[in-house]
Ligand binder design. Structure first.
Ligand SMILES: [Cu+2]
Length: 70
């Protein structure tokens, strides 16, 4: 299990937080997603490391943009 920190643009309200949490949680191996809307970050606890592109794909068809993964 590892933790990846995503920087995500365009989250403006609690609905955004719920949507991002739901989408990212659908990735295989992801056990927990904790979104900090004010920071524009999501902490993802996952058994598998994903790339920025993978995370962006998980948020396809949304307005949210993954600008960094660390
Ligand atoms: Cu919103």
């Amino acid at each position: 299990m590892m933790k990846q920190i995503l920087t995500i643009e365009n989250m403006s309200c609690d609905h955004c937080v719920a949507r991002v949490t739901e989408k990212l949680s659908q990735l295989a191996g992801v056990e927990q997603v904790v979104v900090d809307r004010e920071k524009g970050e999501a902490g993802v606890s996952t058994a598998e490391a994903y790339t920025q592109e993978d995370y962006q794909d998980a948020l396809a068809k949304t307005i949210y943009k993954v600008s960094a993964v660390s």
